[in-house]
Ligand binder design. Structure first.
Ligand code: SF4
Length: 415
């Protein structure tokens, strides 16, 4: 067994381009918050960012801040601060870590970006409950704190078929955001600008999909662990040309790796599909754990969640309604089984790891027999690891390591 401490992870050169993109993004937000020159909208990660951007808002995504709280391992100590004001330790640890950070007046942004003290103050908050109800409570907390409007789209859950009735309802809700946003922005909604933003966002989505699809190559030039940080531009920058530039550079590097037969890990022997959230505070150690076992965790439901293939500038509102309702997290189990089956096939996967994240039932798909049904359907074995996205008290590193090693051994025997 390789010593994880000795394993060096390969870094993609274009990750520097992504890093610069993120720095520019946060400095622009911070500058606007300080000067008041541009209005700032907070938006959920799969919320209606295109409408906000088209109306001239700079868009900030609190979930990305929470992921940074997780990866910087600040989250675990902050969660109890939110618990103390009534947010249960059992609800979303993105919410509790972020609210805890606000209450304590700390932020990883201050540690990473010189001169930035924390998140930019919002002028308006806009959520979509397509991912969960927690985002609504989370945004309402800040709406009260900052005394600014909170607008929202209330989506369906467990959707098997995306019907016209669903789309009409979501489209109407998206359209009805506009008057409230015009009031905050002090400008009129411009349909042409909206169509342009949707077109740019669609291009981002296509580029991001091409990036992720590169992992179908053998050996895979990309891992899930790389993807969780590389996806930053798709989350916070979709609808901007700068995000698209990042993905063109990344795609070129991945295509070069494929042409050279270079894998993201040395001597790839096994290929794994990851379902569920990453454990942000363990990204590097999990990447090393699998790399040391010559196993590439190369595709995931999570990173694919920022592919919005339905976006269509010729029908922007309806296509946005479709794009944000067709998402995996919104769908019923039958759809999810078919989706994962296709992914396993496309990425030529040997096994699945399900992350049962204690505080995010919405992104934990292993709780109602799906792994067993998937194994029956595809014959591909799986392992469920218990943990959390942000709360490291809910993780047993030893148990994870032992279970992963035993699982990989089993897959090796099946080869
Ligand atoms: S989907 Fe999960 S992690 Fe994301 S905001 Fe909702 S509960 Fe939190």
């Amino acid at each position: 067994m390789a010593d994880e401490k000795k394993i060096k992870l390969k870094r993609l050169e274009s990750s520097k381009v992504l890093g610069k993109f993120m720095a520019d993004y946060y400095y622009e937000l911070d500058g606007a918050a300080k000067s008041g020159e541009k209005k700032i909208a907070w938006c959920t990660s799969v919320g209606p960012a295109e409408i906000l951007r088209a109306m001239g808002f700079l868009v900030y995504f609190p979930e990305t801040h929470s992921a940074m709280l997780g990866s910087s391992r600040m989250a675990t100590d902050l969660i109890p601060k939110a618990n103390a004001i009534g947010y249960s330790p059992n609800i979303c640890s993105y919410l509790t870590a972020d609210v805890g950070a606000y209450l304590e007046g700390v932020s990883p942004l201050a540690n990473i970006f010189k001169g930035i003290e924390g998140p930019p103050k919002p002028d308006v908050l806009v959520f979509n409950t397509n991912q969960c109800r927690d985002v609504q409570d989370w945004f309402k907390f800040y709406g009260k704190e900052y005394n600014v409007p909170v607008l929202g789209v209330h989506s369906y859950v467990g959707v098997e078929e995306v019907t016209d009735d669903y789309l009409l309802s979501i489209k109407k809700q998206m359209e009805s955001l506009v008057p409230g946003l015009e009031e905050v922005a002090g400008t009129k909604f411009d349909m042409d600008r909206f169509k342009e933003t949707v077109a740019t966002s669609r291009e981002c989505s296509e580029l991001w999909k091409k990036v992720l699809d590169c992992a179908a190559a053998k050996p895979s030039p990309l891992t899930f662990f790389d993807g969780t940080t590389l996806m930053g531009a798709a989350v916070v920058g979709r609808g901007t040309e700068k995000a698209n530039e990042c993905y063109r550079a990344l795609l070129k590097e991945l295509e070069d790796r494929i042409a050279a037969g270079e894998g993201a890990i040395d001597n790839e022997r096994l290929r794994i599909y990851w379902d569920g959230m990453p454990v942000w505070g363990r990204l590097s150690s999990h990447a090393k754990l699998f790399a040391g076992l010559h196993t590439s965790v190369l595709a995931s439901t999570y990173c694919n969640s920022w592919i919005f293939s339905a976006l269509d500038p010729d029908d922007p509102f309806t296509s946005m309604a479709r794009a944000y309702t067709e998402l995996f997290i919104v769908r019923g189990d039958h759809y999810k089984e078919e989706y994962i089956s296709k992914m396993l096939d496309f990425f030529k996967v040997d096994g699945i790891v399900y992350h049962d994240a204690m505080t995010c039932p919405n992104n934990s798909n292993c709780r109602y027999g799906l792994p067993q049904r998937m194994e029956k359907l595809t014959g591909i074995p799986s392992l469920t690891i218990n943990g959390d996205l942000n709360d490291l008290r809910l993780i047993s590193d030893e148990q994870t390591k032992t279970n992963v090693e035993a699982f990989i051994e089993q897959l090796e025997e099946n080869r």
